[in-house]
Design a protein around this ligand. Structure first.
Ligand code: ADP
Length: 438
């Protein structure tokens, strides 16, 4: 490139020198040297202006710069520009090809992908989005997404910031289909809405639930019969089988309890909401304390602390059973002499929590994330000895989920554990006396 440019400079310089030499000699011969030199300058300037005008016109024109073969500096400038134009066009073509390939790949995705601007207006969407959300191409480009997907849950989810995925939304195009939505924010406040069709998964989950519910229901009757007959046999009638009879009774009681807990779980899973009642926390805490005392039979000290005055809104029956589960665990997993504290207190973010703290053996950290799984036990033998089914904390988690609340578990081996049910402020009610005050 440098060599060609050098050659062009030399060629143009040679031509210029030749022109001025001719003008000089002609000036001498005609005895009009200044005029002859001036004419040569005007010629050079005029030619320069002419080439500049042609260059500008070709740059501005719609066609590509043609190849120039004069060999001078102007021709070289035109050729260089032509080469850069060609490189830019090739780059653009490659970019367009890549963009097209990317769009084709995104269009072929089974999941719906919708690109949104900062105002949640649709910039682009793939074929699956048209199918799953009923979007129309190109009519819906530029439309405000919440105006097209009108489900109240969707609007509420966006208003709350859409930080968590939105599960199990019926498709606006077909109510039978279930969708999982996820909003991914990226540069410049733009975002990508990714929607998955989970109808198949939801159906399988329903089959699983129905199966567990049906099996538990079918087991209930034969178990009741076996249990009834076992109760009818007096140990004195079969003294040689007394210990076997005792074991049979305890195992049939355990099976009955497991079946009852599985049925409770199925019942909770099938519900989307529960009755909304005002629950006075002072009497509830007292009732829980009495239950703990009765279970513990004087082996533990049970105290209550009430620093939050507001009442709770929810299902009295289900919440009572969930809290009882935590209290019963505290009693069952703590050696004699321990302390249990039941607290109803304000939570950091304006809500409130019911915390059951014990000074028992504690739970090693690696077990904590799995405690609410069905049949997960830290120590199987201790759970069985104390009549546990391994389903208690799963039931607690479900009840809390139906109250938009969560279970917070803190534990330190050798020090004790705290199981806290954390409720949002929307579940709290001012006490009646205050609520009715003028
Ligand atoms: P289980 O019927 O076995 O008690 P849960 O679901 O209620 O089942 O509890 C799951 C496991 O969590 C228990 O088996 C036990 O190992 C552990 N656990 C629950 N509560 C406590 C507690 N207060 N202290 C120590 N371990 C506990």
């Amino acid at each position: 490139m440098k060599r060609r440019l050098g050659r062009a400079w030399r060629s143009s310089g040679g031509r210029l020198a030749a022109l001025f030499a001719i003008a000089f000699l002609a000036g001498l011969w005609l005895r009009a040297l200044p005029i002859s030199l001036l004419a040569a300058c005007a010629l050079v300037l005029g030619y320069g202006l002419l080439r500049l005008a042609r260059f500008a016109a070709r740059l501005a024109g719609p066609r590509r710069m043609p190849a120039a073969d004069g060999g001078g500096i102007w021709d070289e400038i035109e050729n260089l520009t032509r080469r850069q134009q060609r490189a830019a066009i090739a780059d653009k073509r490659r970019m367009v090809q890549r963009l097209r390939a990317f769009r084709d790949a995104a269009s072929a995705l089974p999941d719906a992908v919708i690109a949104l601007d900062p105002g949640l207006r649709i910039e682009w969407f793939n074929a699956a989005a048209a199918n799953l959300l009923g979007l129309q191409y190109p009519a819906d480009l530029g439309a405000h997404l919440p105006n097209l997907v009108r489900a109240p849950r969707f609007g509420e989810w966006l208003r709350r910031g859409a930080d968590e995925p939105l599960p199990d939304l019926p498709s606006p195009a077909d109510e039978e289909r279930r969708l999982d939505l996820r909003l991914i924010r990226h540069a410049d406040d733009r975002s990508l809405l990714v929607v998955r069709d989970v109808s198949q998964l939801v159906r399988l989950e329903q089959v699983r639930r129905d199966f567990v519910a049906n099996v538990s229901h079918e087991l209930r009757t034969p178990l009741t019969v076996v249990h009834g007959y076992l109760d009818m046999i007096e140990p004195e009638q079969v003294p040689e089988y007394e210990s076997i009879l005792h074991e049979l009774r305890s195992q049939s009681r355990r099976m009955t309890q497991i079946v009852e807990d599985l049925l409770t779980l199925s019942r909770l899973e099938a519900r989307n909401d529960l009755p909304q009642e005002r629950i006075g926390m002072r009497p509830l805490l007292e009732a829980l304390r009495r239950e703990a005392d009765a279970l513990s039979q004087g082996q533990h000290t049970v105290t209550t602390e009430l620093s939050e005055g507001r009442d709770l809104l929810g299902s009295a029956k289900e919440l009572h059973s969930a809290f009882s589960n935590l209290v019963s665990n505290a009693v069952r997993y703590m050696p004699a002499g321990g302390r249990i504290t039941l607290r109803w207190e304000r939570d950091a973010d304006g809500g409130a929590r019911l915390a059951v703290t014990d000074t028992g053996q504690g739970i090693p950290a690696q077990h904590l994330p799995r405690l609410t799984e069905r049949f997960y036990r830290v120590s199987t033998s201790r759970s069985r000895e104390t009549g546990g089914t391994g389903l208690g904390l799963s039931i607690v988690k479900h009840v809390l989920h139906l109250h938009q609340a969560r279970l917070d578990i803190r534990s330190e081996p050798g020090v004790g554990s705290t199981f806290a049910c954390v409720f949002g402020s929307e579940r709290l009610l001012e006490p009646l006396a205050l609520a009715h005050a003028p």
